[in-house]
Structures are given as C-alpha cells and as structure tokens.
Design a binder for this molecule. Structure first.
Ligand code: NAD
Length: 259
C-alpha cells in the first residue's frame, strides 16, 4: 500500500456521535466539527429547545444533527439518550462526555455539601453512568466505538480553591484508564482531553477578576487562553482513524501550561 493510501483520514461518514452538554461552549464546537467531518451528531443538553436550536445551526450549514434533551446526572436519562440515538440514527459510535459544571473558587472550609453534590453529580456520576450505558450499547451493536472524556488541568494540577471540581476531574482522569482497559476487548477506545483555560461561559467568572486573569495568562507559555476550536481539533483526532491504537491516554490542551 502506498503512503498516500495509508494516510489516515478524519472522515466520519457513517458514524453516529453523541455530544453531551453540546448546547454551547466546547460541546457545541465539537458537535460542529464532528458533523463537518461527516458524522451524524446528537446534541444532548438539559433543555430540548437549546438542543434543537444548536442542531438547527448545524443543519443550516448542511450537516446532519438532532437534539435530544438529556440530563447526564440521571442514569435513566442517559439510557433514554442511548435508546433514542439508536432509534433515530441506527447506530452509536462516538460519545463525547463533555457536559460539566463548576462552582466559584472557594476555600475548602467554605464548600457546602450541596455544591459538592451539584458538581459531582454531573462531572463524575454523570460521566460514569453515561459511559456505562452508552458503552453497553456500543458493545451490543458490535462495531467498537470511541469515548472521549473531558477532564481538566484542574484535575491534574492541584490549584487552591478548586477542590470540588478538581477532585471530580481527577477522578475522570482515573476512570479514563479503567474504562479503556475494561472496554478494549470490544474495540471501544477511551481517551481524555485536559483543557487548561478555554474561553467559554465557564471561564467568565474567573476572567472578570482582572488581576486573577493576568496571573493565569502569565502561567501559559503561549500567552493566550484556549479557544473552543483548539479543543475540538484534538477531539476530532481522538475519534478518527489517526488514533486507532490510542486508548487510556490524557491529552493536555493548555498552551504549554503543564509542560
Ligand atoms: N472552559 C474551560 O476552561 C474548561 C477547562 C477544562 C475543562 N473544561 C470542561 O469542558 C467541558 C465543557 O465546558 P465549557 O467551558 O464548554 O462549559 P459551558 O458552561 O460553556 O457549557 C457546558 C454545557 O453543559 C451543559 N450541562 C450542564 N449540566 C448538564 C447535565 N446535567 N446534563 C447535560 N448537559 C449539561 C450546559 O447546559 C452547557 O450547555 C466541561 O466538562 C468542563 O468541565 C472546560
């Protein structure tokens, strides 16, 4: 075979991808990039109208997308998402575990039980059971699959005042390896990306504090915040044939911050 013939492609024609938390931010960008690469995309977010609006934007560019409301913190809702995806598109090949929430930076002494549950129900429990039910579906369908988890630099480094979110994201990093090992036998690759600071609504409260924003910027060798497309490009690689032999890895996307 010539090198030209061996050149990996990012073509996702025939693949069905579920992106959680795809109503806006990183998730919406990832949904758009996967759709542009040829995948049929399911936009999953809390509100049906938000999902529909996002799907409509992709359709208006000529791509295939539908919106299915789902709350990842409920296993039943995740199960329904898997069922509806397969009944709508006949397959389920890619899961992007992107839905996530955080709380304002606070010292451990000030954190409440409600804040802990709010973050961990979505970022950890939600990711866990969404992966469980969707990997089970992939196993039944027998075509393998790709799962990409969104962890964070906050789950690798140990920044002060980010204990709740940091602990959830550290657990996601840990789970990525375990899921990769358990599901490799069914051809399901599980990897994670660990963004640093990406310009979305989630980052807004942090950037509003000008002094804080300057300190953060100085910690990034590339001297800029990440853009959503910086994350989407790496995720596209992780669901493409270019990464066929990759599983259980965590890829930082942070402008060199953790180097
Ligand atoms: N922005 C950053 O700097 C950054 C850095 C590292 C990691 N991340 C991670 O990337 C992911 C996306 O972050 P973002 O910055 O785009 O956030 P965002 O706040 O812009 O978007 C998050 C989306 O998730 C949805 N969502 C929240 N709870 C949900 C639930 N229970 N079920 C389904 N959907 C739900 C929201 O409605 C929203 O559309 C998150 O997992 C986040 O932790 C972000």
């Amino acid at each position: 075979m010539s090198f030209k013939e061996q050149l990996p492609t990012y073509d996702l024609a025939g693949k069905v991808a579920v992106v959680t938390g795809a109503g806006k931010g990183i998730g919406f960008e990832v949904a758009g990039v996967l759709a542009a690469a040829g995948a049929k995309v399911v936009i999953a977010d809390l509100k049906q109208e938000v999902c529909d609006e996002a799907a409509l934007k992709l359709k208006s560019e000529g791509y295939e997308a539908i919106g299915i409301a789902a709350d990842v913190s409920s296993k039943n809702s995740a199960k329904e998402l898997a069922e509806k995806t397969v009944s709508s598109y006949g397959s389920l090949d890619i899961l992007i575990n992107n839905a996530g929430v955080t709380i304002p930076e606070s010292p451990i002494f000030d954190v409440t039980e409600e804040q802990w549950d709010f973050v961990h129900n979505v970022d950890l429990k939600g990711l866990y059971f969404t992966s469980q039910v969707i990997a089970e579906k992939m196993k039944q369908l027998g075509n393998g699959g790709r799962i990409v988890n969104l962890t964070s630099a906050a789950g690798i480094m140990t920044p002060k005042y980010v204990s709740v979110y940091g602990a959830a994201k550290a657990a996601v990093k840990h789970l990525t390896g375990i899921m990769a090992k358990e599901w490799a036998r069914w051809g399901i690759n599980v990897n994670a990306v660990a963004p640093g600071y990406v310009n979305t609504d989630m980052l807004k409260p942090m950037l509003e504090n000008e002094k804080n924003a300057q300190v953060v910027l100085k910690s990034i060798p590339m001297r800029r915040y990440g853009e959503v497309k910086d994350v989407a490009g790496v995720i596209l690689f992780l669901v493409s044939e270019a990464s066929n032999y990759l599983t259980g890895v965590i890829i930082p996307i942070d402008g060199g911050m953790m180097a």
